[in-house]
Design a protein around this ligand. Structure first.
Ligand code: 3IX
Length: 258
C-alpha cells in the first residue's frame, strides 16, 4: 500500500518531496497550460484553477483556505512550505469555498445547483475563525495526491481536549474526495474505512495525506494517512472507494486536453 505520506510527514523539506516533477517545467507551468501568476498568500498559486474556466465564477466567493489570525505558527509554517513547493508547479493550492456548488464549473452544474441555495459545506459551517475546521489543501497532480493541513478548533471536541472522530472523518473524506474529484470529476463516497490510531489534540496541526491508488472504470480507490507535522505520530489511516457519477471529464483530463 502506498506510503508516500510517511515521507512527506517525516520531512517536508526532503528532496523526495521537493523533487521537481518531470512533467512540470522549471518555470512552474504544467506542460500545455498557460503561465499564471506566482503564488502568495493573497494571490495564491492557482495555475490549475486559473487554467480551468469553471473556477472563474467561484473566484467571487470567499476563499476560506487562506491564512487567518487563528492559524498557529505551525500551521503557517507548513502552509508557507507548501506555497514554496507551488512555485515550480509541483503542487497547487486549492481554494475552498463555503458551498460545494461554488466548486463546480457552470457547465457541469445540474439545474437545481444553478439556483442560489442557503446551504453550507459542512466543513465550512462556522463563521468564527478558529472554532471549527481550519484547513488548506494542496494538490500534486502528477502524483494524484492531495494533502490537507488541518487545525481542529475547540468546537470539534469529542473526548476532552481532542478532536471528535467524526471531524477527523470529515476532513479525511473531504481531502480524499478532492483527490477523487481531480481524477474522476463528480464522485460520491461509497465507502470510507478509518482506523483511528492516536487522538488528535484540539489546536494541533496535522497533515492529511491522500492518494489515488487505483481507478477501475467508475471506481476510484484511495488511501490516506493523518500524521503529526513531525511525522512521528500516526493519528489515523483510511481507505476509500469513490464512484464516478457521470461521464463528465475529470479535472485531470481537462488539464491534459489544454
Ligand atoms: C466536479 C468539480 C468539483 C471541483 C471540486 C474541487 C475541489 C474540491 C476540493 C475540496 C473538497 C470539496 C468537497 C469535498 C468532496 C467530497 C467530500 C464529501 C463526500 C460526501 O460526503 S458523499 C456523501 C456520502 N455518500 C453517499 O451518500 C453515497 C450514497 N450512495 C450512492 O449514492 C450510490 O450508492 C453511489 C453513487 C455511490 C453508487 O451508485 P450507482 O448506482 O451510481 O452505482 P452502482 O451501485 O451501480 O455501483 C457501481 C459499482 O460500484 C460498486 N459499489 C458501489 N458502492 C459500493 C460500496 N459501498 N462498496 C463496494 N463497491 C461498491 C458496485 O458494486 C458497482 O461495481 P460493479 O460495476 O463492479 O458491479
Amino acid at each position: 500500500m502506498w506510503r508516500n505520506c510517511v515521507r512527506l510527514a517525516k520531512g517536508l523539506g526532503r528532496s523526495a518531496v521537493l523533487r521537481p516533477d518531470p512533467k512540470v517545467s522549471r518555470c512552474g507551468v504544467v506542460r500545455g497550460l498557460s503561465p499564471t501568476a506566482p503564488c502568495s498568500p493573497t494571490a495564491p498559486c492557482s495555475l490549475l484553477w486559473n487554467s480551468v474556466t469553471w473556477l472563474s465564477q467561484a473566484r467571487q466567493s470567499k476563499d476560506y483556505a487562506l491564512p487567518n489570525s487563528s492559524w498557529s505558527q505551525g500551521m503557517m509554517d507548513l502552509y508557507n512550505r507548501f506555497l514554496e513547493m507551488c512555485k515550480d508547479g509541483t503542487w497547487k493550492r486549492i481554494p475552498s469555498y463555503g458551498n460545494s456548488v461554488d466548486h463546480i464549473p457552470e457547465s457541469l452544474k445540474l439545474a437545481p445547483e444553478k439556483e442560489q441555495k442557503e446551504t453550507r459545506l459542512f466543513s465550512r459551517n462556522m463563521d468564527t475563525e478558529g472554532l471549527g475546521f481550519e484547513y488548506a489543501m494542496f494538490l500534486n497532480p502528477s502524483e494524484k495526491r492531495m494533502v490537507c493541513l488541518f487545525q481542529p478548533g475547540p468546537y470539534l471536541e469529542g473526548h476532552t481536549g481532542f478532536a471528535h472522530g467524526g471531524s477527523t472523518a470529515t476532513i479525511i473524506d473531504s481531502t480524499i474526495g478532492g483527490c477523487a474529484i481531480f481524477v474522476a470529476g463528480r464522485v460520491m463516497t461509497a465507502n470510507l474505512s478509518i482506523n483511528y490510531r492516536n487522538p488528535i489534540p484540539l489546536g494541533s496541526v496535522v497533515l492529511v495525506d491522500s492518494k489515488v491508488d487505483q481507478v477501475e472504470g467508475r471506481k476510484v480507490f484511495l488511501s490516506c494517512q493523518v500524521r503529526s507535522i513531525d511525522g512521528q505520530t500516526l493519528h489515523a489511516e483510511a481507505t476509500a472507494l469513490f464512484i464516478q457519477l457521470n461521464s463528465t471529464k475529470s479535472l485531470q483530463q481537462q488539464m491534459s486536453s489544454q
